[in-house]
Write a protein that binds this ligand. Structure first.
Ligand SMILES: Nc1ncnc2c1ncn2[C@@H]1O[C@H](COP(=O)(O)OP(=O)(O)OP(=O)(O)O)[C@@H](O)[C@H]1O
Ligand SMILES: [Mg+2]
Length: 243
């Protein structure tokens, strides 16, 4: 089955605040999709629906052909995160290992397989030398990498990232995207971002979200005018979704 995510006519409200309306799109196996849109537009809400953390009101929503609540073991998630408010008293290695807690509920915690997986994820993110560092003492870029390592350590088929590079400088951002491009060989990726500059070179689908959603094929995206979506805040790319 190639369809990984399918939304058909999905609505969602927080109380009386109608956040998403008639959302319809699909993500197929191997896609590298970006979700863009203004603050409060509903980007994080879409990821939470995919994760089964919140539930749709209307329409049909399937992840790997099932109710999203049943799929969390196949999904890696990098939550939206501010580097300024993180001071976890925990080592990098432990943060990454916490990404395996759900998958190994019946085995001894410190077994060889877990150690190997953590080692492998740290190596993939260039963090092998940082395994014993305190997470809170790392730079913003290394914190982000640690959280990405945590999300991929269980080798998920689907990786969701919510603005993983929002607080790092552009050289780090480029590195992260190059890594994600590598992960995309084995994982379907959906990334939320404000910065479309880097994204456009990597993704094959671009969803514009501002209560409603318009899905673009990334090939058709042009660098002209995104003012309508961002209400005048230039972000460096333009296209034609018009929401
Ligand atoms: N837990 C919540 N309870 C009530 N309202 C919420 C909650 N989470 C989000 N909202 C509201 O839902 C709307 C969409 O929020 P969401 O976090 O999905 O936006 P976003 O596109 O991710 O924004 P940002 O770019 O700032 O991260 C906003 O109006 C927000 O205030
Ligand atoms: Mg958000």
């Amino acid at each position: 089955m190639n369809e990984v995510i399918s939304f058909q006519g999905v609505n969602f409200s927080y109380g009386k605040n109608k956040v998403l309306e008639d959302i319809t799109f699909s993500i197929e196996k191997g896609d590298f999709a970006a979700i863009i849109g203004p603050n409060g537009g509903g980007k994080t809400t879409i990821l939470k629906l995919i994760l089964g953390l919140i539930h749709k009101e209307h329409g049909t929503l399937k992840v790997f052909g099932q109710d999203p609540a049943k799929n969390n073991l196949k999904i890696g998630y990098v939550p939206q995160f501010s580097v300024h408010d993180s001071s976890f008293p925990i080592e990098v290695e432990q943060v990454v290992m916490s990404g395996l807690l759900n998958s190994f509920s019946f085995g001894p915690f410190y077994n060889k397989e877990i150690k190997e997986k953590v080692k492998d994820a740290l190596a993939k993110l260039g963090l092998s030398d940082r395994a014993k560092d305190r997470f809170g003492s790392l730079s913003g870029g290394l914190k982000q990498r640690t959280l990405i390592a945590r999300a991929i350590v269980s080798q998920p088929q689907l990786l969701l990232l919510d603005e993983p590079v929002s607080s790092v400088d552009s050289s780090v951002e480029k590195d992260v995207f190059e890594m994600l491009n590598e992960f995309n060989k084995t994982m379907t990726i959906v990334i939320v971002s404000h910065d479309i500059g880097f994204i456009s070179g990597f993704v094959n689908k671009l969803a514009c979200v501002n209560r409603t959603l318009v899905m673009n094929d990334a090939k058709n995206v042009t660098f002209n005018d995104i003012d309508a979506l961002y209400k005048g805040n230039k972000v460096g790319i333009n296209h034609k979704c018009g929401i």
